[in-house]
Write a protein of this length. Structure first.
Length: 336
């Protein structure tokens, strides 16, 4: 038998975690000691996407609590079927920023590259349910063309890998892509927007850290946690591995009704992020995507929450409250 290196074991570790993730709501709630009777609004045959929850993430939920803030982020509920004016399928109108091949250029100097529509978890409030057509089709030729477009535009100094979740791509694919980006002299930074260090911490393998640490471009990993309970010991260790590899680690959150719309929860989230070597970057007002209206928090309430945070935390632990607006040249800070 061929002995397997520890790296090979680690890699198969996160892929195995994905295979074993919950895909059935009844199974998930049963394992949490809950029944359908306690969650009357549960929708077992939801509109896209289907339920998907890694087991490690589910283990951070409180058994017996139908209102658990982690459970509420992933459980399909009947209000997703509501059709509310102002909530549409493509709220950001990204079509106008689409340069083809999954490359979106909306803001000066930064190009967003959509790698894959796949995620390790399906967050019910997610706006990227409509994956642009230009990002479909065979990955390798598409990335080759996107890379050529980046190389041809000297104004681009930062590439942001997004999706879906870009870390769903394996280490070998990422290594090829990063080598290609490294070879573009005008690129200074590579940003990776990924929820995996939080929801599937085993994805942060030694091979991945070595790869990011060895890149010529500076690497910034922007994770996504909305509630302090998401940051268990495994996520903390993954975030610290990324830091030790030399990555700058930031976090973005979405403000979600019933989940983190409380000054106490947001304060605890910032504190917990700092414990994990991660700084809060953005707190997003929800994008008005169809099916997510029940998560919406009013602007007035959002502003009040951030004001409360400012009075309780050092400035560097207060995230910037922003909203995405079609056509604007940056994310828009909310002002009172
Ligand atoms: C959010 C976003 C960026 C990055 O914006 P920052 O304010 O630099 O974080 C870039 N491109 C697109 C299309 C985005 O949505
Ligand atoms: S991980 Fe990110 S992209 Fe994937 S469903 Fe959640 S919010 Fe959306």
């Amino acid at each position: 038998m061929v002995p397997r290196s520890s790296e090979a074991c680690q890699t198969s570790g996160w892929k195995q975690d994905l295979l074993e993730a919950y895909r059935d709501a009844d199974r998930l709630i049963a394992d949490l000691g809950l029944t359908r009777r306690e969650i009357p609004e549960l929708d077992c045959d939801p509109p896209e996407p289907p339920l998907l929850v890694p087991r490690g993430f589910a283990r951070l939920m409180k058994p017996g609590d139908p209102h658990d803030p982690l459970l509420r982020q992933v459980l399909p509920l009947a209000p997703e079927r509501l059709r509310i004016a102002g909530f549409g399928p493509d709220p950001l109108d990204e079509r106008s920023a689409d340069r083809g091949n999954g490359l979106l250029i909306k803001y000066d100097g930064r190009a967003l590259l959509l790698l894959t529509s796949a995620c390790a978890i399906h967050c019910r409030y997610c706006f990227r349910r409509r994956f642009p057509d230009s990002a479909r089709g065979a990955l390798r030729p598409r990335l080759t063309r996107a890379l050529a477009a980046i190389a041809a535009d000297r104004r681009i100094t930062e590439v942001i890998l997004s999706g879906g979740d870009p870390l769903m791509m394996g280490d070998r694919g990422l290594a090829g892509l990063i080598a290609g980006l490294d070879a573009v002299a005008h690129l200074k930074r590579l940003r990776i927007h990924s929820r995996l260090p939080v929801v599937l911490p085993a994805r942060v393998t030694r091979a991945l850290c070595d790869l990011l640490g060895a890149a010529r471009v500076k690497v910034i990993v922007v994770t996504h946690a909305n509630h302090p309970a998401e940051l268990g010991a495994a996520a903390e260790a993954a975030l610290s591995r990324l830091r030790r590899a030399g990555c700058q680690v930031l976090n973005q959150s979405v403000l979600l009704r019933g989940i983190n719309d409380s000054a106490e929860v947001l304060r605890a989230l910032s504190e917990r992020l700092f414990d994990c070597g991660t700084l809060p970057y953005y707190l997003h007002q929800l994008d008005p995507v169809q099916g997510a209206s029940h998560f919406q928090v009013s602007d007035a309430c959002a502003l009040e929450l951030v004001q409360a945070l400012r009075s309780r935390l050092p400035g560097y632990l207060v995230p910037r409250l922003v909203r995405e607006s079609p056509g604007a040249d940056s994310k828009i800070p909310l002002a009172g």
